[in-house]
Design a binder for this molecule. Structure first.
Ligand code: AVJ
Length: 335
């Protein structure tokens, strides 16, 4: 009987840095809830249900960013492939299901793929499947919280010899205030390393009329409202809190001077929320009717403003591609 050809058995490597710390989460949430303007980090929007609701958002007619960005990659993928280094280590920030990066493997011909997300458990299934389709590509799954700055663990930095292609699509940079975005991009610049040709390929949502933006964050089907309200279910779970969803309304408004969409949850009546802090102690916060919990900022950039930001972070030789309506942009910036 003929022998089946033996395949080199390559399997993805996994590194989990982030450790979920229940006490730290409760402390962070308690602190936010007790501020004069109560707030909560947008990372708490993404529990299992929230992640699925976000996927549904990307299919809404009003939510243009995801499909506009995909159109830019489809139209200008060849030009991007000519700009980025070949044989690079492709570092995918917020990789999730890895679909956006995997769609670029053919054109960009990376030597190594590093998928970064908060938990390697999200990445495991996707990477094991991708490894079978791309047996020659070295793959790493890295579980790390990079929201306070990107830091590649030494074992990955050592493996990533040659040029690095940092990839941050989806305009998630919009969750950072301009000042925090600068700090974050400086850490990305450092993570590009010192090899020639390295750089950052990043998607950014552009300033536009308030009506288009507000519709994108307050859709007619109410999916974004459900996405925002689901945060309260997540807080009930994490804190043992007693948020009642019918008491809260989804708000999304564009601040034209700060160039950002703000999402809030607004109390429909005066009410009190109770929860347990990190030491199990009972805490409460009173909300007056109309008072809000601030849940997300989504900052919008002009082409000029974002180019300046990239340069201040240390990048140079910028290129960008946009759609015809200039709703969204993809920048390539050398480190
Ligand atoms: C995932 C941060 C890019 O700001 O557009 C979508 C999140 N919030 N609808 C965005 C989001 C409400 C999204 N990002």
């Amino acid at each position: 009987m003929p022998q089946a050809p033996t395949q080199p058995l390559r399997t993805p490597h996994f590194v989990q840095v982030y450790r979920e710390d229940q006490a730290a989460l409760r402390r962070e949430l308690t602190d936010g809830l007790l501020q004069a303007q109560p707030h909560c980090s947008p990372k708490f929007l993404y529990d299992a249900l929230g992640s699925r609701l976000f996927e549904a958002i990307t299919e809404l007619p009003e939510y243009y960013p995801t499909r506009t960005e995909a159109g830019i990659f489809a139209a200008h993928g060849q030009a991007m492939a000519e700009a980025v280094p070949a044989g690079a280590t492709l570092v995918d920030l917020g990789a999730g299901n890895c679909n956006k990066a995997a769609a670029l493997f053919g054109r960009f011909q990376p030597a190594r793929y590093v998928a970064v997300d908060i938990s390697v458990e999200f990445l495991r299934g996707a990477l094991e499947c991708l490894q079978r389709q791309h047996p020659a590509l070295e793959m790493w799954g890295l579980g790390v919280d990079f929201s306070a700055g990107l830091n590649l663990p030494t074992e990955i930095a050592q493996a990533a010899s040659g040029p690095r292609l940092l990839f941050y699509p989806g305009s998630s940079i919009g969750n950072f205030t301009p000042e925090a975005a600068l700090g974050f991009l400086r850490s990305v610049h450092a993570a590009c390393g010192t090899a020639q040709g390295s750089g950052l390929l990043i998607g950014v949502d552009l300033v536009k009329d308030a009506a288009t933006l507000e519709a994108a964050y307050d859709d007619a089907l109410g999916v974004t409202a459900a996405f925002n309200l689901n945060l309260l279910l997540h807080l009930n779970h994490l804190l043992g809190a007693d948020f009642q969803l019918p008491d809260w309304r989804h708000l999304a408004s564009y601040d034209t001077s700060l160039h950002r969409i703000e999402m809030h949850l607004q109390a429909r009546r005066s009410l009190t929320v109770n929860w347990q802090d990190e030491s199990g102690q009972q805490r409460q916060r009173r909300f007056m009717a109309g008072q809000t919990l601030h849940t997300e900022n989504s900052c919008k950039w002009t082409l000029e403003g974002f180019a300046t930001l990239l340069q201040r972070a240390g990048f140079h030789s910028l290129q960008h591609w946009t759609d015809e309506a200039r709703r969204f942009a993809v920048f390539w910036a050398r480190a």
